[in-house]
Write a protein that binds this ligand. Structure first.
Ligand code: C2E
Ligand code: CA
Ligand code: CA
Length: 695
């Protein structure tokens, strides 16, 4: 290749420049072209061929202006060429756009050299460097610049370019107002001088981290601005090649506010703005940890508004809400800032008192809290009195964890209610013992039915007029190997609470009817058996069909079964109760109102439901005949029951005198220890077989 080229170009000029040409032949990134004084090509290296598309053969001998000079440049090029040659002055190097063989523009940077040969003829050499790459690179840079600018414009963030020592070199803000200080005040100054010390320190640490490690670091800070507290996030990125750092500052106040709102929702009660159950219990567990370390005490006050439900129901929820808000305010006013008042839900609040000492004791604050409720609540022009019942548990005396302490404070609160409300009660050993027993009962009750630990006893009932046995009330007994004999008043509430009363209740009904069947056939006589029904049993949708089937299975006429219910059942005031009572009544079963005279005895219940029997509670019988008030009351009840067509049973009859009086008052039936306590099925059959009417 080299050889052929050399042999081809045998003109004298070429030979003259031979070493130079050899050099240029080697370089193909630079286009070198030689022209004689008549502008004929005398040299055209490989670089020229690559750049302009003409081969050495094609170009050789051609005129300068005929190859790569665009039409409109031709005359000026010729003029310039002649001028330079004439004055022996080389043309200035310049950027030019010439033409490729295929017509494309070729952008070059052209320098020139003049040579004079042996014949004293001047030759011009053009040395062209392709600017395509440079141009492209420049375009890239421009593009990046524009893109960056557009990006900056589109972002509301502030950008700072800084030296590694924090000196601000440059900044960008699409809105200058966001800078808060004019650029002159911070350009070429350390950024730390512009920030409060705490923020500057944070920035310094983060900066050091970014410089020593790779990657982006970010931190949040807040500044007090004329418009209030503003939250920022700073992201810092290192440019190690330039020993510079880019800091991007973003206003995250809105974001901060919305996370704050979400946080508030999760931890605070929306109505009263008090910490909710979750946060209050979380604080309690923190207090417990702290108290453990400091070896001091924490008081947990469980507060319940007395009669709030009544107020809420009668005055409306709006008034109820206002009462709760005002209650929260009053509670908050009494406790110290560092103590917690929380709302557990409904009308239940919790107060946590930390660091208890002699002068900061739970009792004083509790009395204060009660005191603060003595003042009537003024709501919507109305004055309302609302009182509090407070139960107090102390850590570590009454429990070592949140659950235990809360439960114990709760049961102390119930104690306060039992003491007559508007008062407080400390959790006591006795309450503890009661609770432990309740837990044990609950434990033992599971499986007790399957283990045949329950037995139905029967207490006979008598006709006052002739002292004949008319039937019996079924009363459940529980013999448990671990706990011994447990009184129904202790275990029935537990069975109701756990729902076990449903299967247990079904057992009682079956037993009672099977006993009645046996009893009746033994004596060829009709008796009535009374079975107690708990409120919880009515939630069993199978109750009515169960009773119906049980009657059929034992071939018992429905009117031989009496179901005793208390007002607790009727106070539920739900349609399923009404439906069940109506259905039971339709079956022909007798309904008995038990414990009449206790609680909220209301005549309206007696009118509304198809009761057949009314049982006067034994608390009213107890005082007879001596207690005149009781006697009057019993007399009134009997008169009223008669007017409604109800049979009256007096229970708890223990003396002959009571019987005489009840007979006078025209009570129908009697039941009590005077005749017999509740006994087993067999004992009752024996009893009734051997019973001789005594008067
Ligand atoms: P209750 O339905 O009012 O039952 C009457 C209670 O008074 C029975 O107590 C009975 O033994 C007692 N008693 C009867 N005569 C006298 C008397 O002359 N003097 C005194 N001091 N007491 C008398 P017991 O059996 O301990 O039952 C207590 C409560 O437990 C019952 O009150 C009832 O509410 C509930 N209970 C008992 N058995 C059952 C049952 O099978 N099912 C349901 N759901 N509850 C039951
Ligand atoms: Ca009863
Ligand atoms: Ca009763």
């Amino acid at each position: 290749m080299e050889l052929s080229k050399v042999t081809k170009n045998t003109n004298p000029e070429y030979v003259f420049n031979d070493p130079l040409h050899q050099l240029f032949d080697e370089v193909d990134t630079i286009a070198v072209r030689g022209f004689d004084q008549n502008r004929h090509v005398i040299y055209w290296n490989k670089g020229s061929e690559l750049l302009y598309g003409y081969s050495n053969e094609e170009a050789f001998g051609q005129k300068l202006e005929d190859l790569i000079i665009p039409e409109k440049m031709k005359s000026s090029v010729i003029e310039m060429f002649n001028h330079c040659l004439k004055n022996q002055e080389k043309p200035a190097a310049s950027e030019l756009t010439l033409r490729h063989k295929n017509g494309d523009e070729v952008c070059i940077f052209s320098s020139h050299v003049l040579f004079t040969n042996q014949d004293n003829n001047t030759q011009m050499y053009c040395i062209d460097v392709n600017l395509a790459d440079v141009k492209q690179a420049q375009a890239q840079v421009k593009f990046k610049e524009h893109m960056l600018e557009a990006t900056f414009d589109a972002m509301s963030d502030l950008f700072f370019l800084m030296k590694e020592d924090g000196t601000i070199i440059d900044y960008y803000a699409n809105n200058k107002n966001k800078l808060f200080v004019p650029p002159e005040a911070f350009i070429n100054k350390p950024i730390f001088e512009l920030l409060p010390t705490s923020v500057a320190d944070k920035l310094k640490t983060t900066l050091a981290k970014v410089i020593s490690h790779k990657g982006v670091e970010c931190f949040e800070y807040e500044l007090t601005m004329p418009q209030g507290l503003v939250y920022f996030e700073a992201r810092i990125s290192h440019l190690p090649e330039h020993n510079q750092v880019v800091t991007i500052v973003r206003d995250i106040t809105d974001q901060h506010k919305s996370t704050e709102v979400i946080r508030h929702h999760a931890y605070y009660d929306t109505l009263t703005q008090l910490p909710n159950r979750f946060l209050a219990l979380d604080r309690l567990s923190q207090l417990i940890n702290k108290a453990q370390r400091n070896k001091d005490k924490v008081a947990i006050l469980f507060l319940d508004l007395d009669d709030f439900k009544k107020a809420n129901d009668t005055l409306g929820h709006e008034v109820g809400d206002k009462l709760l808000i005002e209650s929260a305010n009053r509670l908050n006013q009494i406790v110290r800032k560092e103590d917690t008042v929380g709302r557990l839900g409904g009308d239940e609040f919790i107060v946590l008192l930390r660091g208890l000492t002699d002068d900061h004791n739970a009792l004083a604050i509790t009395e204060h809290l009660l005191q603060s409720f003595r003042e009537p609540f003024k709501i919507d022009g109305r004055e309302l009195i609302l009182t509090l019942s407070i139960g107090i548990a102390i850590f570590p005396d009454n429990g070592s964890n949140c659950d235990d302490l809360l439960r114990n404070a709760d049961s102390a609160m119930y104690q306060a209610k039992a003491l007559g409300r508007n008062t407080y009660s400390f959790f006591t050993d006795e309450m503890n013992a009661r609770m432990m027993r309740r837990i044990a009962i609950e434990e033992q009750m599971r499986g007790a039915l399957e283990r045949h630990e329950f037995e139905v006893y029967y207490q006979p009932q008598f006709n006052v007029k002739n002292n004949e046995i008319i039937g019996a009330e079924a009363l459940l007994r529980w013999h448990n190997p671990a706990l011994g004999n447990i009184a129904p008043n202790d275990f029935i509430p537990v069975a109701e609470h756990t729902g076990l009363i449903v299967p247990i209740g079904q057992f009682i009904i079956k037993q009672a009817l099977s006993f009645l069947n046996k009893w009746q056939s033994e004596h060829k006589k009709d008796y009535t058996v009374a079975v107690n029904l708990s409120p919880r049993q009515f939630r069993d949708t199978d109750l009515v069909s169960f009773v119906e089937n049980a009657l059929m299975n034992e071939s018992i006429a429905p009117q031989r079964l009496e179901l005793e219910i208390t007002e607790r059942v009727l106070m539920i005031e739900q349609s399923y109760i009404d439906d069940a009572l109506v259905a039971l009544n339709k079956l022909g079963i007798r309904l008995s109102m038990d414990g009449f005279g206790t609680g909220y005895s209301s005549l309206s219940y007696l009118r509304r439901y198809a009761f057949d029997v009314l049982k006067i509670d034994r608390t009213f019988i107890k005082g007879l005949p001596a207690n005149k008030a009781d006697a009057e009351l019993v007399k009134a009840i009997i008169a009223m029951a008669q007017s409604l067509g109800l049979a009256v049973v007096a229970e708890g009859v223990e003396t002959k005198e009571q019987i005489t009086l009840l007979n006078e008052l025209e009570c129908d039936h009697l039941q009590g220890f005077y005749y017999s306590k509740a006994v087993t099925a067999n004992q009752l059959i024996d009893f009734s077989t051997n019973y001789t009417i005594k008067l």
